[in-house]
Design a protein around this ligand. Structure first.
Ligand SMILES: Nc1ncnc2c1ncn2[C@@H]1O[C@H](COP(=O)(O)OP(=O)(O)OP(=O)(O)O)[C@@H](O)[C@H]1O
Ligand SMILES: [Mg+2]
Length: 306
């Protein structure tokens, strides 16, 4: 049985500027035990899809199930199977961390949850903050509490909407260690993130959304195989020639150019030489998920223009 199934899910928001189609016939299944990544640029529809999954928003069309339970017709059951870490930091400022977790347990009708709450606090580096008021916590600490809150009822399906946004390196490692452990124990994980190296390291399968549509869906290794195999990387203090500009990923003075073959590397170098440019610190590396992502998004904008 699928852990999560999205079947032809569409969502149209009514806005003051007219209807806005945030999702267009999104269909894919996530199997039990998978660590699945949902990627896409800002506004692609990731949070909208997760809100529909969590029963917080209603699809205009289509159907979503969690372990076979329809999120609308069987909402209470579906909710219990899910633990959702929301993108927005929402919390009750009057509770302490421990109270917030006890309250959330109560919501699911769980009593005597102390051992698991202690384990959550410990695993998420919150043990010394247990009696702090939620108001007093820093942004990153609040996010840890949101993660703990989503897990109080040990849900078989864990959904994380950008859990590492604004989170320091240490917590990211703690968090991934903990989530990976839960995944090994059989929990299904659906993750959205803009940190593509995290997605590459953690997710076995990935869906990419663009403007509400699924534009790529495959195992992480297949996605990596299908893209440009190499990247030529160098530093440059001048403007790139126009022909290279169109293909390049530029961050400050770092330029990265996809290259499928050695011939293509040669062609890039020749273009630089012709323009009288001297690249520094040159290297060739294997393409990563960020290259694939840029490639896929680029292809689809060309498709739209055509
Ligand atoms: N309540 C709403 N009313 C109107 N439009 C909305 C609403 N919520 C989201 N949208 C629009 O739907 C689209 C998808 O938004 P969504 O928040 O799902 O994107 P996202 O992929 O989560 O982006 P991000 O990476 O920035 O979190 C955007 O164009 C957004 O402006
Ligand atoms: Mg979002």
């Amino acid at each position: 049985m699928s852990a999560i199934s999205f079947l032809q899910v569409s969502k149209t928001f009514v806005t003051s500027r007219g209807p806005l189609q945030a999702l267009e016939r999104v269909s894919f299944d996530i199997q039990e035990g998978e660590f699945f990544g949902l990627l896409g640029p800002n506004g692609a529809g990731k949070t909208t899809l997760i809100s529909i999954l969590a029963g917080l928003s209603k699809a205009s069309e289509g159907r979503v199930t969690v372990l076979g339970h329809d999120v609308l017709k069987d909402a209470a059951h579906a909710r219990r199977l899910l633990g959702v870490v929301p993108q927005e930091l929402v919390f009750d400022p009057f509770f302490s961390v421990r109270e917030a977790l006890q309250f959330q347990s109560g919501y699911f009708g769980i009593q005597n949850n102390h051992a698991w709450i202690d384990e959550l606090l410990e695993s998420l580096g919150l043990a010394d903050k247990a009696s702090s008021n939620m108001r007093q916590l820093s942004g990153g600490m609040k996010r840890r509490v949101l993660v703990a809150q989503a897990l109080v009822h040990k849900p078989p399906v864990i959904v994380l909407d950008e859990p590492t946004a604004g989170v320091d390196v240490e917590l990211r490692q703690t968090l991934w260690h903990f989530i990976a452990k839960l995944n090994k124990q059989g929990h299904t994980v659906l993750l959205t993130t803009h940190y593509l190296e995290e997605a590459e390291a953690l997710c076995s399968r990935i869906a990419m959304l663009k403007a509400g549509r699924v534009v790529a869906l495959d195992t992480t290794s297949e996605l990596l195989k299908a893209s440009a195999s190499n990247v030529l990387r160098f530093k440059l203090d001048a403007e790139l020639p126009a022909a290279l500009q169109a293909k390049a990923r530029v961050t400050g003075r770092i330029v990265q150019l996809p290259a499928h073959t050695a011939l293509e590397v040669e062609a890039h170098l020749a273009a630089l030489r012709l323009a009288g440019l001297v690249p520094e610190d040159m290297e060739i590396r294997k393409a990563d998920l960020e290259d694939v992502f840029i490639d896929v998004m680029h292809q689809h904008s060309q498709g739209e223009a055509a």
